[in-house]
Design a binder for this molecule. Sequence first.
Ligand code: UDX
Length: 432
Amino acid sequence: MKLCIIGTGYVGLVSGACFSDLGNDVICVDKDINKIKNLKKGVIPIYEPGLEELVKKNYKSGRLVFTSDLKEAVSKSNIIFICVGTPTKKNSYGADLNQIYSVAKEISSYIKSSKIIITKSTAPLTTGDKIEKIISKKVKKKLFSVVSNPEFLREGEAIRDFIYPDRVVIGTSNKRSNRILKSLYSPLISKGAKYFNTSRRGAELIKYASNAFLATKITFINEIANLCEKTDVNVEDISIGMGLDKRIGGRFLRAGPAYGGSCFPKDTRAIFDTAKKFKSDLSIIKSVIKSNENRSKLLLVRVSNILKNKIKNKKITFLGVTFKANTDDMRESSSLKMIPSLAKKGAIIKYYDPTGTKKEFQNLKNVFFSQNIKSACDDADLIIICTEWNDFKSLNFKSLSKKKNFIIFDMRNILSQERIKKDKIKYFGIGR
Ligand code: UDX
């Protein structure tokens, strides 16, 4: 099929590369001319394992094309995916939909034959109705249909999540569009993905409700971990014990720092904002947002307790600063709150991350990037594991540090406790 993908960020570029790899002709459009120039040279703007090879392979085959010419891309395609950003508005919980609406307005001038317009970006309940209204100002209703097809891609696993999704959710009551999209996704369905057709608003809400529920699961186990720390219980046993109940499931029950990233924080706020507009109270999600926002403060108190309230001039090392492993994304990472706060209290901070130095810390006094794990750890009083990179999981800390009595605060519970005990290292975990 002939697809046009508007927006070449995480969702657009991954979707475009994967759809072209499934044999479709894909035109990826972005108004950022430099981004398009780089993509043509095989320079990928995001850190996503496997994406560079996939883009290069399909660009070379001619199935994947990059352009800034939206008019040409729309005229050559019959299915148009809107994959532009829907960030949280400043000083609000609401999603900023300006990019989506301006794309809808622009493409309405280019629609001269039957098109299916699909929002893949995470767009709040009723966004499809508004897109339909914008386009129908210039285009007869029978010439287009607006469909919601939310993505469920995790950063760092996006290609796998696209090719092997649990489900493909298609929000439309238009029979023809449903039939065409079922055929577009048939290669994934034949590999076991479930295809679920619902109303457009139903698909929009499924996305938000899913992310809000996952964020609730994480916040739930994080609060249980707080209780475990006070009662000498290992939260990992609780996660396993709970997860063996198929109604609960073991995934997304790993206690850690606050959840971060571009999705959970944004989507929990957006669904709460939407519900408020419809005078419906989502009190559980509201408390999840508050609990997660407070978590970094709570972890800073733990750091203070570990250092017996003596932070000034203490040498603290952060291993990993991204919001999770296998991504270079810093959005809403716990390190963004913890490092500046500790530096302000006079600590001397070194950090190491496999994805390199971070602009977020470059102007902070007493915060330094280390080129490797050894130079990051060698003179630390406290080593904090903030991101669960594989690089940190089997380190021999005894050989890394020149100090005898350094302490480890493992905020991801990735180190083996028997190994730590054998090496007689002072260790603190989360909920264990
Ligand atoms: C999430 C959803 O998983 C994905 O379906 C959606 O499309 C986009 O948002 P992402 O934000 O990329 O994906 O990362 P995810 O792996 O879900 O992790 C989100 C946050 O939760 C991270 O900070 C991660 O460290 C944290 N997390 C995740 C936990 O603390 N514990 C867990 O068990 C799982």
